[in-house]
Design a protein around this ligand. Structure first.
Ligand SMILES: Cc1cc2nc3c(=O)[nH]c(=O)nc-3n(C[C@H](O)[C@H](O)[C@H](O)COP(=O)(O)O)c2cc1C
Length: 205
């Protein structure tokens, strides 16, 4: 069974030379995992992962992010908001579609909603702040891998719909950067092969 290696630790601060392959294995082993089951990360593991998320690079130290952690029945409550959004967007939506929307947040034991919250700043434009929030989301996924859990970063239009936004208590400046689903990788799950293409690199000497 494919499973991220729990023994991998994230190097937060060190002046020692380390084996780069080992140090980066949580990064390279992170995969989007659609099949997540119980158990989810514990509260103390989540706190550690969120601490890692908050070490994202952050121009101006603005902390342009916020997290809403959904455990237990709060996932069904988010599902109810998804269902309302679905029904409001398309009043003709079938019961099947609405019920499917309601079940979406139950696909993992924990969801961390990662929010970007840009402020007006003379030197740090909105886009930089949003990218920083994206880095925090990525850090969270990498930290989950290091702790032996799977992650799945999901987005979509739900995060823009008023029914979902008001349910989550978002203010106008806040943007859903991701619904990061976290849990144990389901038995037998295999991620699709991933190829890295360095054609995106231009070398200049
Ligand atoms: C900003 C962002 C949004 C994403 N939204 C979704 C999504 O809504 N649904 C989904 O299945 N995957 C989503 N993903 C995950 C990508 O599909 C995934 O990273 C990609 O398929 C590569 O797979 P890997 O993460 O295993 O390398 C998102 C990734 C990012 C960075």
């Amino acid at each position: 069974m494919w499973r991220p290696r729990p023994e991998v630790t994230i190097i937060l601060e060190t002046s020692e030379r380390t084996d780069p392959v080992a140090a980066l294995s949580a990064v390279t082993e992170r995969r989007s995992t659609g099949r997540l089951t119980e158990p989810g990360p514990t509260r103390s593991e989540l706190q550690e992962m969120l601490r890692v998320a908050c070490t994202a690079p952050d121009h101006g130290r603005l902390q342009p992010w916020r997290f809403v952690v959904l455990e237990g029945s709060s996932r069904s409550e988010l599902g109810a908001a998804f269902a309302r959004a679905e029904a409001e967007r398309d009043p003709e939506a079938s019961d099947e579609v609405v019920v499917k929307a309601a079940r979406k947040p139950l696909r993992a034991p924990v969801i961390v909603v990662v929010l970007g919250r840009s402020v007006s700043h003379p030197k740090v434009p909105d886009w930089e702040q949003l990218v920083a929030a994206g880095c925090a989301a990525q850090n969270l996924c990498v930290a989950a891998t290091a702790h032996g859990y799977g992650s799945m970063w999901r987005t979509g239009w739900y995060g823009e719909h008023p029914a979902v936004r008001s349910h989550l208590g978002l203010d106008e400046q806040e943007q859903v950067v991701g619904f990061v689903y976290l849990g144990t990788v389901a038995e037998g799950y295999r991620p699709p092969p991933r190829e890295v293409d360095l054609g995106c690199v231009t070398w200049r000497t």
